[in-house]
Unconditional design. Structure first.
Lengths: 154, 154
DNA sequence: CCTGAAATTGCTACGGT
DNA sequence: ACCGTAGCAATTTCAGG
């Protein structure tokens, strides 16, 4: 007995596709586009949220305008994988770490870091990440240009 | 003559911090919290948007509930860096590619890919990415668990 | 799954300090 | 430069088919 996956129809897709790129899109403009009432849109949104498909909405900040001009990926090697849990808890305390993944392949942990400049990145690497117990070494890739940033198509 | 960076005050921070985690937070609830009118909040939001700090708002989908359970990072080696522009344009056509970066270090291009399962990931790697002219080889890291996902603190 | 009505909130123009 | 009031449009909830 497989758990039923919520089925979204064409109207749900239109709603989500409009709101994915602008969470403040007027509901009524979507309502007019698909030909149902605004209240019906709200009901569908509540269902999508209850199903977990809709995880929330966010305002997106531009890090560069705030002075955060260096984006980097850092692969972290651990002395042993048993140190993972502690290490990730320490990473959470570092504000510059915006993503953290436990990965297959060379690294144990793979993080995305947002810093003001390369000097700031060096400080975070040498004084914060390398100080975490269990971290043996790191490999850094600086993003010089990001050309794609989107969500999966529905 | 350095370009002046827009200065955000405490009220701006409260506004942004509330909207970062929920773009549909009622403006009036923020207004009551900080003790100014809703109109004043709107004026500040317009300024923040004009300054570029506020890049927009998005609905966040949960890929797993939609059946996208495999998240992976792929480092792409190019035969020569002159192929970058063409390669990234081909990557844009692959829906599963949700991020693409031009990076320093081992790889030329570094992408984040969202797939339904490992088989789907293999298809994307072998039949889509490896088919791009100029791509010599790839290295893949599958994210087994993502513990951190946030924006820079303001 | 939908509509329509009622209350609340969003948004903008204009004026005040 | 920053804020408030006012007015209309949109959002959101609720009752009901």
């Amino acid at each position: 007995m497989k758990k039923e996956q919520y089925l979204i129809d064409g109207i749900d897709k239109i709603i989500l596709n409009r709101l994915i790129n602008d969470a403040r899109t007027p509901i009524l403009s979507i309502a007019r586009e698909v030909g149902i009432s605004g209240a019906a849109i709200h009901q569908r949104l509540r269902k999508l949220e209850a199903s977990g498909i809709l995880a929330g909405s966010k305002f997106v900040l531009n890090p560069k305008v705030l002075g955060y001009k260096t984006l980097a990926f850092v692969g972290i090697f651990l002395e042993s994988s048993s140190k993972y849990k502690d290490a990730v808890n320490r990473l959470k305390e570092i504000e510059e770490v915006v993503e953290s993944h436990y990965t297959t392949g060379n690294y144990a942990i793979f993080v995305k870091i947002s810093c003001k400049d390369n000097e700031h990145l060096m400080q975070v690497l040498n004084h914060r990440i390398q100080n975490i117990k269990g971290v043996s070494r790191t490999e850094t890739f600086i993003s010089l240009e990001q050309q794609i940033d989107r969500q999966i198509k529905i």
